[in-house]
Write a protein that binds this ligand. Structure first.
Ligand code: ATP
Length: 371
């Protein structure tokens, strides 16, 4: 006999050439994606880029137009009119923005519902529900009516209900977006911690870059039904491969400029309105480029020993964001946003300062992509 371990694949989900059209509207265009077992994968992208359609296709709630989907090595979809395993038999868990909690049942009944459907013996079901309650920090609340719960508690019930099924893959579609910012951040950390502890392969949809960076092992950045970049959070943040990726990730100042000189992988780039050229690592041709300058990499009043590009500026907007300060600095005829960690000192609007722009803060993109 073959044990589950022997036949389980390193790829919990494999998607190949997935297409989905809604009438004339192309939602997914030849999508290829693999999710490793135990991985936390985040699908990130603007509204309408196809994130939910991808999730619903994996769950079996949406029939793709073409392509193949495997879960744990098992083909669950293989093109129209061929294999199409029904949702319940795919053994995936789902948590969506609306939590679908039955208010007239108790917390334990809500969480135990999938086990009842699967005819799991009552004693085992009770134990698994208890474990799930503990997992999401709701121990002792099993007997409470679900109508008595706060939004955050309801979302925990929804999470517990999906974990209790021990799904092969857990699909989470903006599960925290109905919650206020503070609670969202807390539940996000708890979710990540629980996922790591259980090793549940998870796919998480969000259009919030901060959430993606905080949660993901890998981020899949989508745009108009295609994958733009697949990277670890750090790589996507530090080395966005396209202008779209740079705009979507991080806090970037965007300019159009001209590369006027290149020497050994470094470009001199002129930006209209800026009194001095900037420098950037670059391997592309001379001429027009899009330029991003990352706000958090800019230095205010660099030390005397600093030898990079330095510009004279004046603060035109000062905002305290909490743990960070945002300054908008007027530099010649251009403006630049700067983000600094807040250390107790706040400058004033109208203050003059020197602005250091290191070359790693500057990225140039030709229209064809990274350079
Ligand atoms: P959001 O973040 O707004 O949920 P998304 O990235 O999840 O967006 P999808 O919901 O997958 O995007 O939609 C992808 C494209 O397919 C969009 O252009 C959308 O209008 C279209 N679409 C999705 N569902 C349907 C449907 N049932 N009928 C027609 N068009 C649809």
């Amino acid at each position: 006999t073959i044990t589950r371990d022997e036949c389980s694949s390193v790829h919990a989900v494999e998607i190949a050439s997935l297409h989905k059209r809604f009438g004339d509207q192309v939602a997914l265009q030849s999508l290829d994606l693999t999710v490793n077992t135990g991985e936390f994968l985040v699908l990130l992208g603007p509204s309408g880029c196809g994130k939910t359609t991808t999730m619903r296709s994996i769950a079996g709630l949406e029939e793709p137009t073409d392509g193949t989907i495997k879960i744990d090595g098992e083909v669950v979809y293989a093109g129209h009119g061929r294999v199409n395993v029904p949702p319940a038999a795919r053994r995936v868990g789902m948590v969506f923005q609306s939590y679908a909690i039955w208010p007239h049942r108790t917390v334990a009944q809500n969480i135990g519902f999938p086990l009842k459907m699967q005819k799991v013996p009552r004693k085992e079901a009770r134990e698994r529900v208890e474990q799930a309650l503990e997992l999401v920090g709701l121990d002792g609340l099993g007997g409470r009516s679900a109508s008595m719960l706060s939004g955050g508690q309801m979302q925990r019930v929804a999470l517990a209900r999906s974990f209790v099924m021990q799904p092969r893959v857990l699909l989470l579609d903006e599960p925290l977006s109905n919650l206020d910012a503070k609670l969202r951040e807390r539940l996000r950390l708890e979710l990540k911690e629980t996922q790591q502890r259980l090793g549940t392969t998870s796919i998480y949809v969000t259009h919030d870059q901060g959430e993606a960076l905080a949660l993901a092992d890998r981020i899949v950045l989508m745009r108009k039904g295609v994958i733009e970049q697949v990277s670890t959070p750090l790589d996507l943040y530090q080395s966005p491969s396209t202008q779209f990726a740079a705009e979507f990730i991080g806090t970037n100042n965007l300019f159009t400029g001209t590369v006027t000189r290149t020497v050994e992988g470094t470009a001199q780039v002129d930006i209209p309105g800026l009194p001095e050229p900037l420098f950037s690592g670059y391997h592309g041709p001379m001429g027009a480029v899009a330029v991003s300058v990352r706000a958090e990499d800019v230095i205010v009043d660099p030390p005397e020993t600093w030898s990079g590009t330095t510009l004279q500026g004046e603060l035109s907007v000062v905002s305290l964001l909490g743990s960070q300060i945002s300054y908008v600095v007027r530099l010649g005829d251009a403006q630049l946003q700067v983000l600094l960690p807040f250390t107790g000192e706040l400058r004033r609007r109208g203050d003059r300062c020197r602005i250091g722009i290191p070359s790693h803060a500057v990225r140039c993109f030709t229209t064809g992509g990274p350079a």
